[in-house]
Design a protein around this ligand. Structure first.
Ligand code: HEM
Length: 154
């Protein structure tokens, strides 16, 4: 079963809304990551030495935006090409950063769930099961590409 036009539209529609509220939603993503997996704190340079999520940290915001935006791009590619294609050099970079930071498969599940809760927060009543499952599917394909690269680099 391919990724449908409807699914692509649902992801794009929510990203358009999320874009308008990046600082708050970035913080929410991390609050959710830490709620689901408090032990993930030590993985992030900007969290490990603090007891609070830093309010204005560019690295935190950059990572959150990369996750939101790259999943949205993946949704578009899945619809257009039936697969996620991250350009060679950025995929290599993504693979090596996460490998070096000690990220393992279960961490990807944590971030996926935190992402879904962030979409729920952004969309409120407009959030539907269909919308969430479109995000999940696009995320899974992107995460699979990153994990494959990580295994090749290991
Ligand atoms: C760094 C993207 C999933 C943990 C990075 C960087 C990118 C990126 C582009 C480089 C630094 C930056 O530009 O912010 C992504 C994408 C993901 C993903 C697109 C999912 C589809 C994860 C997961 C974890 C994780 C599941 C672990 C819970 C990290 C850490 C760094 C990093 C610890 C180094 C940042 C630092 O400590 O300063 N990621 N990432 N990422 N990522 Fe991810």
């Amino acid at each position: 079963m391919g990724f449908s036009e409807k699914q692509e539209a649902l992801v794009k529609e929510s990203w358009e809304v999320m874009k308008e509220d990046i600082p708050a939603l970035s913080l929410h993503l991390y609050a959710m990551i830490l709620e689901i997996a408090p032990e993930a704190k030590g993985l992030f340079s900007f969290l490990k030495d603090t007891n609070e999520i830093p309010q204005n940290n560019p690295k935190l915001k950059s990572h959150a935006v990369k996750v939101f935006k790259m999943v949205c791009e993946s949704a578009i590619q899945l619809r257009e090409k039936g697969e996620v294609v991250v350009s060679g050099s950025s995929l290599k970079y993504l693979g090596s950063v996460h490998l070096q930071k000690g990220i393992v498969d279960p961490h990807f599940e944590v971030v996926k769930e935190a992402l879904i809760r962030t979409v729920e927060k952004a969309m409120g009543e407009k959030c539907s099961e269909e919308m969430k499952s479109a995000w999940r599917e696009a995320y899974d394909h992107l995460a699979a590409a990153i994990k494959t690269e990580m295994k090749q680099e290991a």
